[in-house]
Write a new protein. Structure first.
Length: 318
């Protein structure tokens, strides 16, 4: 069974990625690390704990408290997408284990404990992993694979015209990762994630009524935003796609290229710059995606979920 560490800043699609990790029986989420991004790390930690508990996994999947701020970088949040609390008002009263265990020391310990076994999936600004490799560079060759939801390579950004959110929020950290020389580094950017849309029709295929209602409510504002801004039927599954690649890399086609970060430009800060014309290639960038197959896979795994811990009725926002 593949061992996965999931690094999140839990908003809506991070929450769905956690749910996917719980649902898929072929993988083991050995822990979740949280970081400032869509929301502050306190809220990301709370949201992750609540999702894990809501689906009855708090004894199996520990949640760890990571970096409060990104490395010397700009403060940016995504409240307009995920709501002020990151989950669009869902689960505000659900209690959880609030012991804030430190993420970065745990991350280093686990990579050393399971050499060449761990796949690290990052769906947030990559501050935690950058700090870990700076503190303990000996872990670099011990990580089996790093998969990041980050970047906009030949596609417009979603924070500025050139920069994707996770890359823009922590470009120095991302450059550290790009310079590290991991044995496998895959970057899943907006070029492909924006094509994987979760619609109301797809959610309605989930057979458990409580899980279906929860997902409809959780994604309601997110789907409305995509309808209003892009006239699209559904919201992008950025983070679930990154986890999906850890499970089945054939969901995407990849190109081996060099990626570097723009750190000085007034209008291009945070851009992921792609270079095909060099021998110094450092990443596999996703360039195509089998959209229908990904959505079918996502729905099939979400169909395995059962809500087992709740303290109140879901307010149906759909």
């Amino acid at each position: 069974m593949k061992k996965i560490i999931l690094d999140v800043d839990t908003g809506v699609d991070d929450a769905i990625a956690i749910m996917l990790g719980i649902g898929d029986p072929t993988i083991e989420i050995i822990g979740i690390t949280t970081v400032t991004g869509n929301v502050g790390v306190d809220r990301a930690f709370e949201n992750s704990c609540r999702i894990v508990r809501y689906f009855g996994q708090e004894q199996k999947i520990p949640v760890y408290y990571g970096a409060r701020e990104n490395l010397f970088e700009r403060s940016v949040r995504a409240f307009e997408v995920h709501g002020e609390d990151g989950l669009n008002g869902m689960l505000p009263d659900l209690s959880y284990n609030n012991t804030k265990r430190p993420a970065i020391t745990w991350l280093i310990e686990q990579i050393k404990k399971f050499p060449n076994e761990i796949t690290f999936v990052g769906t947030a600004p990559i501050t935690n992993l950058a700090l870990a490799v700076k503190l303990a560079p000996e872990i670099i060759p011990l990580i089996k694979e790093v998969i990041l939801m980050t970047g906009a390579f030949e596609f417009p950004g979603n924070v500025t015209s050139t920069a994707e959110f996770n890359a823009y929020a922590a470009p120095i950290a991302l450059q550290i990762i790009l310079d590290t020389g991991f044995q496998s580094l895959k970057l899943i950017g907006l070029d492909v994630t924006t094509k994987v849309l979760l619609s109301q029709e797809s959610i309605n295929k989930i057979q458990d009524p409580e899980t279906c209602d929860f997902l409809l409510a959780l994604t309601s504002n997110y789907r409305k935003l995509y309808q209003r801004l892009y006239n699209l039927n559904g919201c992008a599954m950025h983070d679930p796609l990154a986890l999906g690649i850890a499970i089945d890399a054939s969901f995407c086609g990849f190109e081996h290229v060099q990626v570097s970060m723009e750190l000085k430009g007034e209008h291009t800060y945070g851009q992921t710059v792609l270079n095909r014309h060099t021998k110094n290639k450092n990443a596999l960038v996703a360039t195509s995606v089998e959209t229908e197959r990904v959505i079918n896979y996502l729905v099939s795994q979400l169909n395995r979920l059962k809500i087992v811990k709740t303290k109140r009725e879901i307010t149906k926002l759909h």
